[in-house]
Design a protein around this ligand. Structure first.
Ligand code: SAM
Length: 298
């Protein structure tokens, strides 16, 4: 056994088959990240080549190994290194939910593993009959968790392809997508439309990208988050509700981010009852780049 192998994390429980198994220093460098998806590994490192020290691990440790550059400007899909050449979508599980993963889909494989604890908190919070709105839903992982807990989920994303992937995620969890809502388009536009329609929700998830462009419309987390919260808070049930607000903006301090959230709630004419910071899963080491707050609002 090589020295770095002793650092591999085990999955948080036996029902979970996707997660980060190495984050930080290994093989004499500090830029190694390894995520596993049902035995298929995605290794991330900086630099132009896959590290030789990480070769030769299939089938002993992994079914397959893929490599992705740890580089924000390089958005290409992972490259196959060794083992099974898994093609198309395959299944993983996290707690009671199952998700479809696809290594050929681009830079992201279908679920954001660093949101594990927020998905768990969502499952705890959600009750039968709740209405949960998942903005910037990507492949609808949060929506699946809410729906499995008995909520009607509404998922919003600019991408029809991701919403279709989300519907497939509902189906593999024995949830009928017809019982839920999928809204393709700009979140800000939809939130304004919902306000006009008098729609209201028990809880709303806001997990936008740091920067997004939709035609002439630009969303910048550091500039527009307060307005996003304002539009969302206005849609919470009259008797109160909750917001999950996340950002992975690296340079925005937790303090400034929280300030924008309070400003948004205030501008919606709502009152904050409690604000609780979400934690990053412990298997994600290093800086806490993902900032999350659960806000209870009335
Ligand atoms: C960071 S991902 C969200 C991850 C998701 N919350 C999860 O945990 O799986 C951002 C998503 O926002 C979508 N998006 C970006 N700008 C948008 C906009 N203006 N309106 C709606 N969706 C948008 C992207 O297509 C992408 O799927």
């Amino acid at each position: 056994m090589k020295e770095w192998e002793s650092q591999l994390e085990i999955m948080p429980n036996s029902r979970t088959t996707a997660g980060r198994i190495l984050h930080g220093s290994a093989i004499g460098r500090d830029d190694v990240r390894i995520d596993q998806y049902d035995g298929h590994w995605v290794v991330q490192t900086r630099g132009g080549t896959f590290p030789d020290e990480l070769r030769g691990i299939c089938p002993r440790l992994a079914r397959s190994v893929w490599w992705k550059r740890l580089d924000k400007t390089d958005k290409t899909a992972p490259e196959w290194v060794e083992g099974e050449r898994v093609e198309g979508k395959f299944l993983v599980a996290e707690n009671d939910a199952r998700y479809l993963i696809d290594f050929q889909a681009g830079y992201s494989q279908g679920m954001f593993l660093d949101q594990r604890l927020n998905r768990e908190e969502l499952a705890r919070r959600t009750q039968e009959g709740d209405r949960v709105l998942n903005c910037f839903s990507y492949t609808c992982s949060f929506s699946v968790v809410a729906a499995l807990a008995g909520a009607t989920a509404s998922s919003m994303d600019l991408s029809g392809r991701y919403l279709d992937w989300g519907k497939a995620n509902f189906q593999i969890n024995q949830l009928d997508p017809e019982d839920h809502y999928f809204c393709k388009g700009d979140v800000m536009d939809w939130l304004r439309r919902f306000a006009k329609q008098g729609r209201s929700f028990t809880g709303i998830i806001l997990d936008p990208p740091t920067f997004s462009r939709n035609g002439k419309k630009v969303f910048k987390a550091e500039k527009n988050y307060a307005e996003l919260v304002q539009l969302a808070a206005a849609l919470l049930n009259e008797e109160g509700g909750w917001l999950l607000c996340s950002t992975n903006h690296h340079t925005l301090s937790e303090w400034s981010f929280e300030g924008m959230l309070y400003e948004g709630v205030d501008q919606a004419g709502r009152s904050l009852i409690e604000s609780k910071a979400g934690q990053m899963p412990p298997e994600f080491r290093g800086d806490d780049y993902l900032k999350s707050f659960w806000l209870d609002v009335e």
